[in-house]
Design a protein around this ligand. Structure first.
Ligand SMILES: [Zn+2]
Length: 123
């Protein structure tokens, strides 16, 4: 691996780490509002979060990864995709309030890929 590849990989790792935290926070927000778990998240949302993390870890774009809303490759299985979309529709706008730093970075990443993903548009 040459110098520039290494620094691209470092930037990519930071972005992936941020996406990981963002998706975790979004699923938790969604679960608390919709499933009212006793603590943490319900089993379904835990499974969804684990699935999302696994998809992120295996993303073939690595450092160049667009935000998932803009990704040309829909790597989620259809059922999981429906669930994560519902989470993002609900949690996307609320992230600005609960996790403004993460929401802002996610929005910038989305804008950087030119179009705001549909999940950020109001209903
Ligand atoms: Zn849940």
């Amino acid at each position: 691996m040459n110098e520039s590849n290494q620094s691209a990989a470092r930037v990519g790792t930071r972005r992936l780490e941020r996406e990981r935290r963002t998706v975790e926070a979004m699923i938790t927000l969604y679960c608390r509002a919709h499933h009212r778990p006793m603590a943490g998240r319900c089993a379904d949302c835990e499974a969804l979060a684990a699935y999302a993390q696994q998809r992120l870890a295996r993303c073939r774009f690595g450092a160049q990864k667009p935000t998932c809303g803009r990704c040309p490759i829909h790597c989620y299985a259809p059922a999981m995709r429906e669930r994560i979309r519902a989470v993002m529709r609900y949690a996307g706008p609320r992230m600005l309030w609960h996790h403004p730093g993460l929401a802002f970075c996610h929005l910038v990443d989305a804008l950087r890929s030119r179009l705001v993903p549909s999940v950020w548009r109001p209903e």
